[in-house]
Design a protein around this ligand. Structure first.
Ligand SMILES: CC(=O)N[C@H]1[C@@H](OP(=O)(O)OP(=O)(O)OC[C@H]2O[C@@H](n3ccc(=O)[nH]c3=O)[C@H](O)[C@@H]2O)O[C@H](CO)[C@@H](O)[C@@H]1O
Length: 361
């Protein structure tokens, strides 16, 4: 049976990449299955999906919440148009199921599909859902949750705790190769867009990191804004660092790292645990309901990460945490092993199984 799947949403990597993981799983089941993504031209989807070979249709839609009266009103006025665009896309693609992965485009696309009598589902990555998913949760057929906690926002009979889907490259099943060099590899990234606060703290930290300069090998994803200045700072300090605005192959970047320094977005967390990596987590404090801190605390409680709240973050503190783990490899190993115990690599497969059952019903 060939299945036609429309995946709607994106904006940030944290929404889009779980959608990519679901798409990969449909194609793993059968190359005959057909996938179409629906996103917006402001999101990360334009940049990454083409390179991956997935088709993408764009909706003219914007966020409504927290943008001030005029911009929110203008965004609201765009909704009917984006709904009609969605109807046209759905008529032409004829999906068997439409899966919303969060982000602006998922609203009109999933709503249109529901009204056209097509099976619908959403995937919520966070324990506190965003506005679009809260609304869509009232009328879709299924709600896939990453965290059981997220269930309280949705009708219980629709929810299924599947976990957050991660891309196949993150669990290749390759045997873990013991390190032979004495290099200590840091992977520093700030979610899908980079994090200025993390970049500033690292900048502050460089003078204190001098004693480790000979052993440190650094990959730092800065986002667009700070890439040049960070690159110059590492060069001036004589550090062995690769500085980029965005990393295409995150699975390899995780794999080569001894220690991660990053935000605590839900998809990053799913990947860190699936890869079994030790991390210093610096949650983005302004995420809805401070959900990144909640995400980080889940790992913290299990001894599966170190957390530094952004208000306590400066160069000195960051260096203390890095040195502590560098000087105590057995502690870093233990944190990584605890993280690995929390990893779930079956989420995409569970979601596809459930969707297939819905379609066949
Ligand atoms: C500021 C904010 O509100 N961020 C939210 C957003 O974060 P954000 O988009 O940063 O999402 P996550 O940290 O959860 O995931 C980042 C994703 O981007 C990928 N990646 C990252 C950097 C890079 O250079 N290349 C790359 O491919 C990672 O491998 C991962 O798949 O969505 C998440 C999931 O809904 C939420 O939990 C976050 O709170």
């Amino acid at each position: 049976m060939t299945v036609r799947v429309l995946i709607a949403g994106g904006g940030t990597g944290g929404h889009l990449f779980p959608g990519v993981a679901i798409a990969e799983e449909w194609l793993r089941r059968s190359e005959e299955n057909r996938i179409l993504f629906v996103g917006t031209n402001r999101g990360i989807e334009q940049k990454v999906l083409k390179k991956m070979g997935f088709p993408l249709e764009l909706l003219n839609v914007e966020g409504i919440k927290g943008r001030g009266l005029i911009r929110s009103t203008l965004a609201l006025l765009k909704l009917p148009g984006s709904f009609l665009q969605s109807v046209r896309i759905i008529r032409s693609f004829r999906p068997d199921i439409v899966i919303g992965v969060g982000g602006y485009a998922s609203g009109p696309a999933v709503a249109a599909a529901r009204l056209m009598g097509i099976r619908t589902a959403i995937a919520e990555q966070n324990s506190i859902p965003g506005l679009t998913n809260r609304i869509l949760g009232c009328f879709v057929d299924r709600v896939f949750l990453s965290f059981a906690d997220g269930g309280k926002w949705f009708p219980a009979k629709k929810t299924r705790v599947s976990g957050n889907p991660i891309r196949a490259a993150f669990f290749t099943g390759k045997p873990v190769v013991e390190k032979v060099t004495d290099q200590f590899s840091l992977l520093i990234f700030g979610g899908s867009q980079g994090a200025h606060a993390i970049n500033s703290a690292v900048l502050d930290a460089l003078p204190f990191l001098k004693p480790l300069q000979g052993v440190l090998s650094i990959v730092h994803q800065t986002g667009e804004r700070d890439c040049e200045s960070m690159s110059a700072a590492y060069a001036a300090g004589g550090f062995n660092a690769r500085v980029v605005p965005f990393i295409q192959d995150m699975a390899s970047a995780y794999e080569s790292a001894d220690l991660l320094i990053c935000r605590a977005g839900a998809t990053s967390i799913a990947e860190i645990t699936a890869m079994g990596k030790g991390a210093i987590l610096i949650p983005f404090p302004y995420a809805i309901g401070d959900h990144q801190t909640e995400n980080a605390k889940v790992l913290l409680k299990a001894g599966a990460a170190v957390m530094v709240p952004e208000k306590e973050l400066d160069g000195r503190r960051l260096v203390d945490e890095i040195k502590n783990l560098y000087d105590h490899p057995s502690r870093l190993k233990e944190i990584a092993a605890n993280a690995a115990n929390m990893g779930n690599i079956y989420a995409a497969s569970d979601i596809v199984d459930t969707c297939l059952a819905m379609i066949k019903k």
